[in-house]
Write a protein that binds this ligand. Sequence first.
Ligand code: PLP
Length: 483
Amino acid sequence: MFLLDIDLESKEPIYKQIVDQIITMIEEGTLTSGSKLPSTRELSLILKLSRNSCIHAYEELEAREYISIIKGKGAFVSNVQKHLNRGWNIAWKKQCSDYAKRAVELDIIKSEPVTKKGMISFKSIAPDEKLFDLEQVRRNFLNGIALEGEKLLNYGYAKGYRPLIEYLEIYLKDKGICLEGKDILITNGFTEAFDIILASITKPLDSIICENPTHNTAIKIIKLHELNIASVSMENGEINVEELEKALSSGNNKLVYLIPSYHNPMGTVMSASKRKEVYELCKKYNTPIVEDGFNEELLYSSSHVSSIAAVAGMDNGVIYLGSFSKVLFPGIRVGWIVADKGLIEVLESVKRSRNIHTSVLDQMLLYQFLKSGDFELYMKKTRKFYREKYEFSIECSKRYLPHSRIYGEGGLYIFIELVDIDSRVLLKRAMEKGVIFMPGDIFFVNEKGRNTFRLGFSRLSLKDIEKGFRIIGKCIEDIKANK
Ligand SMILES: Cc1ncc(COP(=O)(O)O)c(C=O)c1O
């Protein structure tokens, strides 16, 4: 009898539990090379699970070379020798800490449906690398090497590469941010910046406020720090101020995390007046703001809206996080924190204790790119490139997704809200037709958003954008017709 211990209450997806347990059986020698596994139909009957979970599990086991599926014959254990030839074989997964287990559980790359070859994928919101000019990169990199020489390869400073910090100081002042009494720390993108801040000013069970929906990586980091989340809903794409005030006044919240520009996933921009209002409220309740300023550069039509950090002036209640990840080379992992000098001193030590500093070569490349003027030219080209895709996506969504609510004022994605349609059901149907997107529920902290989804268009051609929207629209019609 093939018995697995599946916990239906666990947050770990069922297919993952099947995968992990079969791998353990293979690695421990309970399942030997060449032995036949039950078919996915049999397995689903034995375990009383959906057949889909079993199919998904077998697909992953095959992709990881633990089994081979022979058409018409079944699934067989393979490569066992490779795993058992070890004289010392620790079952590592069993050794992992609760923190690590939660990180795996919250890792949507592993739990969400994967893009298969040939699919039109609206999942990604990464920049289109067709825009990256390698000749320009080479020139800037070589200039930096020629100027600085070998010392670029030695240890750098935890705070960051001095020339880049000085450049950013001017860049941020030009954006209206007052740096008096403030300082800058360079980080490995937004992700490390946010993690360092939470590690430095919160402890488990503290509460923090965020918009609902919000950036799913931020949700993951918040949960890994074991914080409670007081979520505030969005109203017409902006934070609901009454709810925010209620949350601020009712709890002892450590901070408020906000994405005012090109909110992820909604793509909306908080108006200047709302930014002021939100700032004044947080000030009134003495609750600091962590402002995620990523994507601010991707403004297509509306005029520039000053960051909340700029609204704060000399005050020190806003921690501003910057990153060019969505516009320029996310692979180089450079972001920055602008905050009160005293706080940056602490964050600098936390950063040093974790990874000493962000790669000096990466920082140098970004600095050269900014200083040479290539960044400005690149941004002009980039805005034009994405604006066309954005406008076309809006046009297609109106044409092919009628009766839905469409959010997005620029950036690299739009957000769709449907009436009475489960986006997970839609996703399944769309995937059968070769289209994949991000279901909206992963951005919500309280199981909401089942009728929403995000469409990232940055890396798709206009032809694929149109084809993908048409297919999604047809799937919506089919679901409605079958209701
Ligand atoms: C809301 C938000 N902030 C920041 C980032 C950038 O993160 P990082 O700089 O770590 O690549 C992203 C990327 O998707 C994002 O969606």
